[in-house]
Design a protein around this ligand. Structure first.
Ligand code: SF4
Ligand code: SF4
Length: 117
């Protein structure tokens, strides 16, 4: 079975452009939505994302909505803990496809790491 993990030097989910996420207000509280929008840079990437290293500059202090954790996903999306694995894999693949492409190196690396294909 495929098992979700975050792949280093990806960062696709740090591309926050609200134009690509029209339903943000359905799963973020007004406070979190405000925080989210305050992080969006002119180029659509999070202002905390280091484009060179592809790492979060505030990783230990990143917002809750950046964390793939059972409690967070349950609160935001109504996902039960036993559904988290499959849901997180789908989320990552969707985000990677949108940012880097369906046949990108990032997608290949992700699929390889989680055990798809
Ligand atoms: S899209 Fe997934 S694999 Fe890529 S950085 Fe985000 S959590 Fe990690
Ligand atoms: S705060 Fe960090 S983890 Fe969250 S979107 Fe920005 S760079 Fe990515």
């Amino acid at each position: 079975m495929a098992t979700w993990q975050c792949v280093k030097q990806c960062g696709a989910c740090c591309h926050l452009d609200p134009a690509d996420r029209p339903d943000l207000d359905e799963y973020l509280s007004p406070t979190d939505l405000e925080l989210y929008l305050s992080l969006v840079g002119d180029d659509g990437w999070c202002i905390n994302f280091d484009r060179q290293t592809r790492e979060c500059r505030i990783y230990d202090d990143r917002p809750l909505f950046c964390r793939v954790e059972a409690a967070t996903f349950e609160a935001m999306y109504g996902i039960e803990p036993d559904e988290l694995n499959g849901f997180a894999i789908d989320c990552c693949r969707q985000q990677i496809e949108g940012v880097y492409g369906d046949r990108s190196l990032e997608m290949l690396r992700f699929d390889g790491a989680v055990g798809i294909g």
